[in-house]
Write a protein that binds this ligand. Sequence first.
Ligand SMILES: [Zn+2]
Length: 176
Amino acid sequence: MPSTWDTLLAAHQAVSDPRRALVPEHTPVAAILTCSDARVPPSVIFDQPSGSLYVVRVAGNTATPSAIASLDYAVSALGIKLIIVLGHTNCGAVGAACSGQCGGYLEAITKQICKLASVHDVPNIDQITEQNVHATIAGLTGAVSPTGSAIRGGEVRVEGAVYDLATDSVLPARNL
Ligand SMILES: [Zn+2]
């Protein structure tokens, strides 16, 4: 029985999708900071080919130091003018934070979300998801780095959105 890796490799070799054609230049049109959730693939959601989207993924889409540093590269070396922070419904990281899993190995991804959830007796996961997108935008905007400087200077625009898994729709993140 083939391993999962064997199956994935065979699938890659079997199909020659023109959307993943070789792209010599690295000139993406936007950077996206989104969750690691397997159901939230930015290139598929926005129907973009190889080379179009610069993607940074971290569970819970928070502005971690490495996420900011990754975006710094997109801003300073690739000239990105648009950053999209994309949360999603039924997020496991937000769910973990809302159920009080805020310490241990999860702390690096749930710290920001736990702070948002802690002001509610019974936090609503999808409401916290929208707030978390805005908290991430605030984190990027305040970053002492090329990303923060470019956002504050108006050279880079930031859009916050939530992907609804149930309806396959991307909606602006409300500032609740
Ligand atoms: Zn998630």
